[in-house]
Write a protein that binds this ligand. Structure first.
Ligand SMILES: Cc1ncc(COP(=O)(O)O)c(C=O)c1O
Length: 397
């Protein structure tokens, strides 16, 4: 018997409509095949500088401390918390889904005294509720907010929340893993102190890098810590030295991932950030109209829906796993299942970055019509497709 590793790995070409990774454009994949150079090669420094310059554009910031962390999004969460929080610091986390809970867990592991402000899953974080909560905790150092909760498809209004946080003089940590590149994120205008994301969603590169940006006020806190940052790998002062000043070795950069990010960001610049956000809004509106025409319910409250991620309540009596298996095996389409409270109860359809195309809306809706009707769900064939088409075609009227 021969082992399967004797053959080249065979991977299918999926339509990636889950919660990330999203489709990677051939230009980005091609960029990854450029020669590997050393992480201290001057030609690589130019690539690094280009990446930082474009990331500043994407975050809408002038923050000099803007760079990609060598990790997925969770590493950026760890970076934000490990550098800002010292043992005993009071932190408030706005938890309205799975990733708010993860942020709280990480803050706790950094030794913070964590206060939770819970909002029911499916609802946005309420600025007035935050104001009331902040009044109760005068010594608070940081407030953590997830902009786009990927577990529920809820978008919270960062601009309003940042205003409240500023009234009380706390720093803000914003998780923009699912929103950056798909929704507007204006760090400087909205006064966000620390913001992070990940490459595999609306930025359009493979998983493996996690952009982060810190305001000068946040960097003051990092530079004046009483205690050493517990993490060597995510210690921003050393990372800054490599990325912007002395180019001193810290760890070996993922060279080819950085090429990929550079190309993905270049594609964003070519499209224009506003056009890209608008594309996500238009295509997502089509999907939502189609889903509702199928008689299914959206989980996020109206007016607070994430465009790159639509969470849907699974109709009564429908087998979650069987539908997703058929989508994958019969149609090569990946969608996400529910997380946490919504496990087994929700589907999450991602339209992120390069995956956010009209053709994908029609592909997933038509596949769902066929599969659901076989599962005994009443389907008016074509209804979801025409609702999506009408919405997309008239979106700008
Ligand atoms: C809102 C949010 N935050 C953090 C993460 C963690 O990112 P990663 O899985 O890339 O580590 C995710 C991943 O889906 C996310 O959606």
């Amino acid at each position: 018997m021969t082992s399967s590793y004797m053959n080249e790995a065979q991977l299918p070409q999926r339509v990636l409509l889950g919660a990330g990774p999203s489709t990677v454009h051939p230009r980005v994949l091609q960029a990854m095949t450029m020669p590997v150079v050393g992480h201290l090669d001057p030609s690589f420094f130019r690539v690094m500088d280009d990446v930082c310059e474009m990331l500043r554009e994407v975050f809408h910031t002038k923050n000099s401390m803007t760079l990609p962390i060598s990790s997925t999004g969770t590493g950026a969460m760890e970076t934000a918390c490990a550098n800002i929080i010292e043992p005993g610091d009071e932190v408030l986390i706005c938890r309205n889904g799975f990733f708010g809970a993860r942020l709280a867990d990480i803050a706790d592991r950094c030794g913070a005294t964590v206060h939770m402000m819970d909002t029911p899953w499916g609802k946005a974080v309420d600025p007035q509720m935050l104001r009331d909560e902040l009044k109760k905790h005068p010594g608070l150092k940081v407030v953590g907010v997830v902009h786009a909760e990927t577990s529920t498809g809820v978008l919270s209004s960062l601009e309003e929340l940042m205003d409240v946080i500023h009234e009380y003089g706390a720093l803000s940590i914003v998780d923009a893993v699912t929103s950056l590149g798909g929704h507007e994120v204006r760090m400087d205008d909205w006064g966000i102190d620390i913001c992070y994301s990940a490459t595999q969603k609306c930025l359009g590169a493979p998983p493996g890098l996690a952009p982060i940006s810190l305001s000068p006020a946040a960097m003051d806190v990092v530079n004046n810590r009483a205690s050493k940052v517990q993490s060597f790998y995510f210690n921003l002062k050393d990372l800054e030295a490599y990325w912007s000043q002395t180019r001193a070795y810290h760890h070996t950069s993922p060279i080819n991932m950085t090429y990929a990010l550079r190309e993905a960001l270049r594609m964003m610049m070519e499209e224009g950030l506003d056009n890209r956000v608008h594309r996500h809004a238009r295509v997502a509106a089509g999907l939502r109209a189609g889903v509702e025409a199928l008689g299914m319910t959206l989980l996020a409250e109206e007016g607070h829906r994430v465009n790159p991620l639509t969470a849907i309540s699974i109709p009564e009596g429908i087998d979650d796993a069987r539908v997703r298996r058929s989508l994958l095996n019969d149609y090569d389409i990946e969608i996400g299942g529910g997380l946490g409270e919504f496990a087994g109860k929700a589907w999450r359809i991602g339209l992120m970055g390069e995956s956010c195309r009209e053709k994908n809306v029609f592909a997933v809706l038509s596949a769902l019509e066929s599969i659901l009707s076989k599962e005994g769900y009443e389907v008016a064939f074509g209804a979801s497709l025409s609702a999506a088409q009408r919405t997309i075609a008239t979106f700008d009227e």
